[in-house]
Structure formats: structure tokens, C-alpha cells
Design a protein around this ligand. Structure first.
Ligand code: NAP
Ligand code: ZN
Length: 369
């Protein structure tokens, strides 16, 4: 393992990283399931012909990070360095790189590779890659080299040039980082199911994902309603662009809004009564599940068939869709509402996310890693 002379590479736009050397970089990792995250070092792979080295500037904390450190969805790979809302600057490029130059502002989201050959990869839906092993997730995954992947709670990342996205110049990198997961996870279903003028859209749960959904659906021109557990965040929700804000703890919400929405996006991972939410859809409406519960969900079939309603799911977005989302956010000046933290506050931030005490995304300043 060799430390390469990375600092010397930051000035030139043509300099190529030395090949064949792995890199030891700082990171925060959980040593085992549910263990607190602690400072450590990890090895990044040698820079390949089509790889870029990203100087990570900011990394968002997604609730999925907490799920995976806690093995909520099944066994994980430890030590685990979470983080898939990565914003940074290109520090060095491999000899075959054509898309990027040193100094470019880039983001990396939830996956860093895929088979590139299956129908979904060819269609730009790499997140649904059906090739051997599927998409390579940014962390808690295994790369095509057989080595575990490590995420964005780190100072540096080596990634194939095709799996990085361009962050528009007018978006600050810290508040843009959450777009790489929270942003695309809401943009993708909103675009796919046609949120826009004349359409009534509800966003369930005003957390990291939900607040992006409100901003994006509003910018798309839809009439937006937040369905939150309480009215505690009402003022914020309206400022973010919601037209209406209703508490799901109030039974009147479900009677008064019955049959009104074209599209509902549910960002909540808790066990909600989805049948009650389906009842809020008008005929042919769709409820899209993006929150990722630990346990199977149950639905009363009558809630579906009485209005030809659909229950769907959606997972992040592909590379073209993610770039489209970033460009859309650039045009509309959309970023996340963030609380910037130092790396040593990660464990406290996890506790606060679990307690619902975040408005609306924690972002780690990678300079403190
Ligand atoms: P978050 O910031 O913690 O927000 C979740 C929101 O859910 C909370 O703000 C809260 O909103 C609501 N909520 C929490 N507990 C609840 C309960 N017991 N009953 C009802 N509502 C509750 O989390 P996030 O980062 O937005 O992630 C949300 C979920 O999406 C997680 O499961 C995450 O793993 C998943 N996810 C999925 C994808 C995908 O591609 N599908 C991508 C990223 C994340 P209110 O207080 O407003 O009700
Ligand atoms: Zn995420």
C-alpha cells in the first residue's frame, strides 16, 4: 500500500494519477453492526485507465446509511464506510478519461458500477442492473474486482468516470450532496408518474427524502400536499413549496382528502397502513413506495381494485436520470436544506435522525474527516 503524492495533482488540468498504486485515505467506519462510527483508514483501489480520483468535499447522511449499519435489511459487509450522497472535486484522472478534468465539480450517488450490458443498463436504468450481482453499490457492496466498496464518509474516492455526475456550477457542493440520493429518489418517480401542472401530488413524511420531494414536485408545477405525522413542521413545509400540509395523526385527513391525489410518494420506512393512503388516490392514481421498511407491507386489495389504483416502488435513479435531476435542480436553484456537521458528530447525527430531529439533512464536512 503506497500513499501517492496527491497534493501535487490538484493544480494541473492534464496531470494523470500514477497507475498501479493503491491509496490509503481517511474514513469513518462502523467496525461491526450497530457499532458507533470511528475514524480509521481504508485503501482505495489503484487508479485505472478510466478512473477518476475525487477529493470528497461533502457527504450527506441518508437514513439508508443507518439502516445498513444496523443491518435492518440483512447482513452487511464490515467494516462499513457509509455514504452515497457524495459531492467533490476531481483531483486526478486516469490516462483514458475523456469526460472529466481536474477541478470539475462532481457527485457520486448510490452505485459506482454495473454490468453495462443488460437491458436496464443500456436503457440508463443502472440501478436496476440485472447483470451478475446487479449494480455495485457505493458501499456495503462488492466491486467487480471482488473487493468491498467503501462510501463517502471518507476524504477521497476512486470511481469509474462514467459513474460520476456533473454538479451545476450554481449549486453549492454542501447542499447539493443530498441530491445524489434524496434528490434523485424523489425526482425519478415524480418525473416517471408525471408530476406537473394540474396534478395533485402528496409527499408522505417530511424528512430528508420528503423535503426534496416537496421542492421538486413544486418546481415541476404540481399541487403539493405534505402528509406528515403532525403539524410540527408545517411552517417549514409551506416554505419549501407545499400548497397544503396535513397531519396523518388526524383521522379527518383521511376522510377529507379521500380520492383526491393523482400521485402519492411515501418516503416513510415505518409500518404505515398503506391501504388508508391508497384510499387518498383518485381513480388510476398511484402510490409509490420509496421508504424501505424492514418488514413486508400488507395492503387491502379492495383499496386497489375499487379505483384501479396502483401500488408501485421506485429505487433511486439511473445515470441519465440523475444528471437530468441535477440539471433540473441547477435550473431551478434547488438544493437540500442541510445542517453541516463535523465528522466526529456522525454518531450524534444518527441518533437525531432516528429521533426525527433533523431539518432536513445532515451533511458531513469531509475536511473534518
Ligand atoms: P428521514 O430523514 O429519517 O425521514 C423519514 C421521515 O419519515 C421522517 O422525517 C418522518 O416524517 C417520517 N417518519 C418517521 N418515523 C415515522 C413513523 N413511525 N410513522 C410515520 N412517519 C414516520 O429518512 P430519509 O433519509 O428521508 O429516508 C426515508 C426512507 O427512504 C428510509 O427508509 C430510507 O432507507 C429510504 N430510502 C429509499 C431510497 C430508494 O431509492 N427507494 C433512497 C433513499 C432512502 P414526518 O415527521 O414528517 O412524518
Ligand atoms: Zn440514500
Amino acid at each position: 500500500m503506497t500513499n501517492t503524492t496527491t497534493n501535487a495533482m490538484t493544480t494541473s488540468t492534464t496531470e494523470v494519477a500514477p497507475e498501479g498504486t493503491t491509496r490509503t485515505v481517511a474514513a469513518y467506519a462502523a467496525a461491526r453492526p450497530d457499532a458507533p462510527l470511528e475514524k480509521t483508514t481504508i485503501t482505495r483501489r489503484a487508479v485505472g485507465e478510466h478512473d477518476i480520483v475525487i477529493d470528497i468535499k461533502f457527504s450527506g447522511i441518508c437514513h439508508s446509511d443507518i439502516h445498513q449499519v444496523g443491518e435492518d435489511w440483512g447482513s452487511g459487509i464490515f467494516p462499513m464506510v457509509p455514504g452515497h450522497e457524495i459531492a467533490g472535486v476531481v483531483r486526478a484522472v486516469g490516462p483514458g478519461v475523456t469526460r472529466w478534468q481536474v477541478g470539475d465539480r462532481v457527485g457520486v450517488g448510490c452505485f459506482v458500477d454495473s454490468c453495462r450490458e443488460c437491458d436496464n443498463c443500456r436503457a440508463g436504468l443502472q440501478q436496476y442492473c440485472t447483470g451478475q450481482g446487479g449494480a455495485v453499490f457505493t458501499y456495503n457492496g462488492v466491486g467487480h474486482d471482488g473487493l468491498p466498496t467503501y462510501g463517502g464518509y471518507s476524504s477521497e474516492l476512486v470511481v469509474d468516470e462514467g459513474y460520476a455526475l456533473r454538479i451545476p456550477d450554481n449549486l453549492p457542493l454542501d447542499a447539493a450532496a443530498p441530491l445524489l440520493c434524496a434528490g434523485i429518489t424523489l425526482y425519478s418517480p415524480l418525473a416517471h408518474w408525471g408530476a406537473g401542472p394540474g396534478r395533485k401530488v402528496a409527499i408522505v413524511g417530511l424528512g430528508g427524502l420528503g423535503h426534496m420531494g416537496v421542492k421538486i414536485a413544486h418546481a415541476m408545477g404540481a399541487e403539493v400536499t405534505v402528509l406528515s405525522q403532525s403539524l410540527r413542521k408545517r411552517e417549514d413545509g409551506l416554505k419549501l413549496g407545499a400548497d397544503h400540509y396535513r397531519a396523518t395523526s388526524d383521522p379527518a385527513t383521511f376522510t377529507e382528502l379521500a380520492g383526491t391525489f393523482d400521485l402519492i410518494v411515501n418516503t416513510v420506512s415505518a409500518d404505515l397502513d398503506l391501504s388508508a393512503y391508497l384510499g387518498l388516490l383518485r381513480t388510476d392514481g398511484t402510490l409509490v413506495q420509496v421508504g424501505a421498511p424492514e418488514k413486508p407491507v400488507t395492503v387491502n386489495a379492495h383499496a386497489l381494485l375499487t379505483g384501479r389504483r396502483s401500488l408501485a416502488g421506485s429505487m433511486i435513479g439511473g445515470l441519465p436520470g440523475t444528471q437530468e435531476m441535477l440539471d433540473f435542480c441547477g435550473e431551478h436553484g434547488i438544493t437540500a436544506e442541510i445542517e453541516l456537521i463535523r465528522a466526529e458528530q456522525i454518531n450524534e447525527a444518527y441518533r437525531r435522525v432516528l429521533a426525527g430531529d433533523v431539518r432536513f439533512r445532515f451533511v458531513i464536512d469531509a475536511a473534518t474527516i
